[in-house]
Design a protein around this ligand. Structure first.
Ligand code: G3I
Length: 362
């Protein structure tokens, strides 16, 4: 049958995956390479463009070796690249996290370090990145917000890890506008995105409505002339919390489009509950339609297809063989190895078939 990529092209939609560079280069994983190149026409680096992967020492050189290999793979396979990620509170180098914690890096120095980082990375890839995730996950969730509501993410009560920096604490929320301006100056062609999770559907639009906060933030940035071109909705879903209809998804994407920005689904995966039988090793215990839930993948994809400014739909790892939720508990939904659209042996699952059907019939 036709690939997702071929079907998506009919709609002018790009369908993508996050790429694990270890898997991509493993001599035993030819099937990984085959599917990554044939089924998708856009790719994202799962980890190798993150700051901790690029600059191991303070003032040290950047090592783009692994990231460049992905760029090369994409070029050979005529795929567009989503750049991930410039400014995030996680996966920053240890020297940076420690320096901020122990006070040896002042606020003034921190801002200069961030500016240099954004400009260095964006310049290196100039002309080769389609969409950049410039700022990622900058705001709180309802469960870790103060009573006043969603806000810019502060250092959690438990304190920051050595590979974390909570930017707004040190630089104020203005770092967001700065980061977009620095990125634009280094590559005027790339589409610059704000990227976050739990943006699927608008709720009561009150102070605890995260998507409403991100909407207001985007609106304000645009009003100030900040070069933000898009909002990425990650789409890390669970079959236990948050099952959306395609119409809710479309409405949220359309609402952002109304601000003049593009949208994209950037990190889609769907966790499923672990049952006692699954725990004992029987993954078939879960209704196969809920394994990497076909319903949820479909709702997001159909919503994206219905919203004219939704540029791409990227899954966060296409196979359960390499999928980040396997390493986390998620209250019984992680470690089940069920969140992706292919199983651990690269067999397409119901979720894959639903995506194909959506693309074939839309
Ligand atoms: O870098 C070390 C390596 O030196 C060591 O050998 C290895 C051994 O476990 O660990 C490596 O670090 C791991 C890193 O991925 C690189 O492979 C970390 O332990 C692991 O926690 C980290 O997980 C990544 C996670 O972000 C961390 O924040 C996942 O692979 C990645 O899928 C995930 O992606 C994020 C997006 O960037 C942003 N949105 C949420 C999404 C899911 O959390």
């Amino acid at each position: 049958g036709e690939t997702l990529r071929a079907l998506a092209q009919r709609h002018g939609l790009y369908v993508g995956t996050a790429v694990n560079m270890d898997a991509l280069q493993d001599p035993a994983e030819s099937r990984y390479r085959e599917l990554a190149s044939t089924e998708f026409n856009t790719v994202t680096a799962e980890n190798v463009m993150k700051w901790e992967a690029l600059q191991k020492e303070k003032n040290g050189p950047y090592d783009f070796t692994e990231a460049d290999k992905l760029i090369d793979f994409a070029r050979k396979n005529r795929q567009k690249v989503r750049g991930h990620v410039l400014v995030w509170h996680n996966q920053v180098p240890e020297w940076l996290g420690k320096g901020v914690k122990d006070g040896s890096i002042s606020k003034t120095e921190l801002r200069a370090i961030l500016e240099r980082h954004v400009k260095t990375v964006v310049s290196h890839f100039r002309g080769k990145i389609w969409q950049w995730d410039v700022v990622n996950e900058a705001v709180t969730d309802p469960w870790d917000s103060p009573p006043s509501g969603i806000t810019y993410r502060p250092t959690p009560a438990a304190g920051a890890g050595d590979n974390q920096v909570f930017w707004a604490d040190h630089l104020g929320p203005g770092y967001i506008a700065d980061a977009f301006r620095w990125a634009r100056s280094a590559d005027p062609q790339a589409l610059l995105f704000y990227n976050d999770y739990n943006l699927e559907a608008f709720g009561d639009e009150g102070p605890m409505d995260k998507v409403q906060f991100v909407y207001n933030m985007t609106k304000n940035l645009r009003a100030q002339g900040v070069p933000i071109d898009g909002v990425g909705s990650q789409g890390h879903l669970s079959t236990q919390y948050g099952n959306y209809s395609a119409f809710q998804i479309r409405d949220a994407l359309d609402k952002f489009a109304g601000l003049g920005v593009a949208t994209a689904y950037t990190e889609v995966d769907v966790r499923s509950q672990r049952t006692p039988a699954v725990e004992a090793g029987d993954t078939k215990e879960i209704n196969p339609r809920l394994q990497g839930s076909a319903f949820n993948y479909s709702a997001l994809l159909q919503g994206c297809l219905m919203s004219r400014k939704c540029l791409s739909f990227t899954v966060w790892g296409f196979t359960d063989r390499y999928q980040w939720t396997n390493d986390w508990e998620f209250g019984g939904e992680g470690r089940t190895g069920l969140a992706a659209i292919y199983d651990t042996n690269y067999n397409p699952k119901h979720a894959y078939q639903s995506m194909r059907a959506d693309l074939a019939t839309a």
